[in-house]
Write a protein that binds this ligand. Structure first.
Ligand code: FO1
Length: 322
């Protein structure tokens, strides 16, 4: 029996679905592969925002309002930093700082990001494997009218305002899947691949462009289903719809399915996009229409359950027809 689920995940939105999946699946039945294209070196620290967002969300330490960082956070470090006139556009909370300091120390000592991530997530009480996509640095860079911009500069400092004409992933060509991801791609018991509701360009593509990952996922022969981060023609959070428009596609779930270009067998969409269900079928992508907005834990669990049931429905006959 195929039983293992691979979830590809970015930050805030993706982590909510990952939380739902962890509440439905045992640790041996789920691996969460996380985008590291957002990682950067800031104030001498190695920051891995999506890994930390997933870690805090799964351990219930996340600030649910902000989506990133820890709840019950204090900001003394930032206040002291600002008072020194230092760079203060990226907010590192006092408690959150511990993650970055410890990760930086261990990376500097030569340890791979995946081992550090395994230890830090275990220390937070997370039983499910949380796996960086690669141990080599991959950095998402946006081409804007003002020049190339590192991801966090665009996202946080510039608040996604610059118009983007291209997205690239520096280092990707030389990166390898992390050992745990490589091992997943060699397994024979993968029941489904789930693309969490994360930005396709900024969170999922950086994972897919690591050499061998996209082809490796398709070669598993398992259904690949995504949960749309687009509701109607807007992104639930972040710049996905704005980016689509700037890159010349009409924001929506059709563009999302087309963007993945033959990767998806199924797509969970919101009622707001129900009118696109037939067009998705015509693209060879089976739609599942539901309430795709996750307000509370019940929504996270329900959406995770619906996503897994779409994948289970797709498991045999539909794949044979493709
Ligand atoms: N996002 C912000 O909008 N502003 C911040 O100051 C900020 C700080 C931050 C610190 C640690 C961390 O793990 C995440 C942080 N994020 C912040 C979120 C992060 O920039 C983005 O959510 C992701 O990179 C996009 O998925």
């Amino acid at each position: 029996m195929k039983s293992h689920i691979i979830a590809l995940c970015g930050g805030v939105g993706g982590a909510k679905l990952a939380f739902g999946l962890t509440r439905l699946l045992a640790p041996q039945d789920l691996t969460i592969v996380v985008n590291t294209g957002d990682d950067f070196e800031h104030l001498g620290l190695s920051v891995s925002p999506d890994i930390d967002t997933v870690a805090y969300t799964l351990s219930d330490l996340a600030d649910r309002e902000r989506g990133w960082g820890r709840k019950d956070e204090t900001w003394n470090f930032m206040a002291a930093l600002s008072a020194l006139g230092a760079e203060d556009w990226f907010n590192l909370g006092d408690r959150d700082l511990a993650m970055h300091v410890e990760r930086t120390r261990r990376l500097a000592a030569g340890e791979p990001l995946s081992r550090i991530t395994a230890d830090l997530t275990a220390a937070l009480g997370i039983g499910h494997p949380v796996v960086p996509m690669s141990d080599q640095p991959v950095r998402t860079v946006l081409t804007t009218a003002g020049g190339d911009m590192a991801f966090q500069t665009y996202f946080v400092r510039e608040r996604c305002q610059p118009v983007v004409s291209a997205v690239r992933y520096d280092g990707a060509a030389k990166a390898r899947p992390s050992p745990a991801l490589a091992a997943l791609l060699a397994r024979k018991d993968i029941a489904a691949v789930v693309l969490c509701p994360s930005n396709p360009y900024l969170s999922i593509d950086p994972i897919l462009v690591v050499p061998g990952v996209r082809a490796g996922l398709l070669a598993l022969g398992a259904p690949i289903v995504a949960v749309s981060p687009i509701i109607g023609d807007a992104a639930l959070k972040g710049p996905a719809a704005k980016l689509m428009a700037e890159l010349g596609v009409a924001p929506g779930v059709i563009a999302l399915a087309q963007h993945y270009d033959g990767l998806l067998h199924g797509l969970v969409i919101d009622h707001a996009n129900a009118a696109d269900a037939e067009a998705l079928r015509a693209l060879g992508v089976r739609p599942f229409v539901t309430d795709a907005v996750m307000h509370a834990d019940e929504d996270r669990l329900r959406l995770a359950r619906e996503t897994l049931s779409l994948a289970a429905d797709l498991a045999q006959p539909a794949l044979e027809h493709r």
